[in-house]
Write a new protein. Structure first.
Length: 322
């Protein structure tokens, strides 16, 4: 394959953009579509009251551990106090003899199920809404995860199960699909993707991570399955006014665009340019089983990442209520 082209050459100078649509100071982008009416629309899809939490486990020591981007280390947890702390001298003393446990963790803010800040990825020196990329130095002064966390994300969610549609447990490494495939899968499931939906896409890759139980093999030739870039797909996202893309992969899209070799172009085309919020490493298998059992693929989706000041992202435990 020839050398990958610059991002601008791939996306084009006239790439679809929502910069300025919600004013020059906007930091939450397409989440603006999720107004009170969209919250009420989402509530209408609660029929049975079933609750599904969509975060993967944090701090696993067994099996393959925590799924994270290859350059990141998994969360590390350290016990600070436990019953053994009172075996010797110097333990805390409280009136009445209270003992307690305490611990701490060290982790990448994007080292679990997480929300990207809109300023997380960029090209040509500009992040979401045209802010200067130098506003990221030392922490995101603009388009950090904090405005997303303070706002929250609530609306109608719809789950598209691509491996079920293609008759397999999970998609293969580097396997791609586009908006036409999403709509075909939705039709097969008996559901429609509607404007302003929180779009949840299952690839089965988190199931593959745990079932394979081999971190080295998982990352050998690492190229996740997912959406692949095209101008038509980006225009579809803009036309459908999708506020939030949620997947069970580490990076939301096929890692390397198969035709150009460019890494993660949709992070730029969707997040940087359209303001679509990305949610990664979600656990969608239990939700998918429930949806398949009764044929209901829409639900109330609710999420709020941690309120990390100037953060590039933050952990989250989204909830789907059917």
């Amino acid at each position: 394959m020839s050398e990958a082209p610059p991002m601008r050459d791939l996306l084009g100078n006239d790439t679809p953009s929502n910069w300025g649509k919600w004013g020059p100071d906007d930091e939450v982008g397409s989440l603006n579509y999720l107004d009170a009416g969209e919250v009420l629309r989402g509530i209408q899809h609660v029929k049975s009251g079933e609750v599904f939490t969509l975060q993967v486990h944090m701090g696993r020591t067994e099996g393959p551990g925590d799924p994270v981007w290859p350059s990141r280390t998994p969360m590390e947890k350290e016990m600070i106090l436990d019953e053994g702390s009172w075996d010797g001298e110097g333990a805390p003393a409280f009136p009445g003899g209270l003992h307690y446990a305490d611990d701490k963790m060290t982790m990448f803010l994007q080292g679990s199920t997480q929300y990207d800040a809109l300023g997380h990825v960029w090209y040509d020196g500009k992040i979401w809404n045209g802010y200067d990329a130098r506003t990221t130095i030392g922490g995101l002064d603009k388009a950090s995860v904090l405005p997303i966390a303070e706002r929250g994300v609530v609306g109608r969610g719809v789950l598209i199960d691509m491996p079920r549609y293609r008759g397999k447990q999970w998609l293969d490494k580097g396997e791609t699909f586009d908006h036409d495939d999403l709509e075909a899968a939705a039709k097969a499931q008996g559901v429609a993707i509607e404007p302003h939906d929180v779009l949840c896409i299952r690839t089965g890759f988190m199931r593959y991570w745990y079932d394979l139980n081999d971190k080295d093999k998982f990352f050998d030739g690492f190229n996740e399955p997912g959406l692949t870039y095209s101008r038509e797909l980006v225009e579809w996202f803009q036309r459908m006014e999708i506020p939030n893309l949620v997947t069970d992969t580490i990076a939301n899209e096929v890692t390397f665009e198969p035709n150009s070799g460019v890494a993660l172009p949709l992070h730029n085309a969707l997040m940087r340019n359209l303001g679509v919020t990305l949610t990664e490493i979600a656990w969608l298998d239990d939700l998918a089983e429930a949806c398949a059992a009764d044929g209901r693929w829409s639900f109330l989706y609710a999420a709020a990442p941690l309120k990390v000041v100037k953060g590039t992202g933050a952990p989250v435990n989204p909830i789907a209520i059917r």
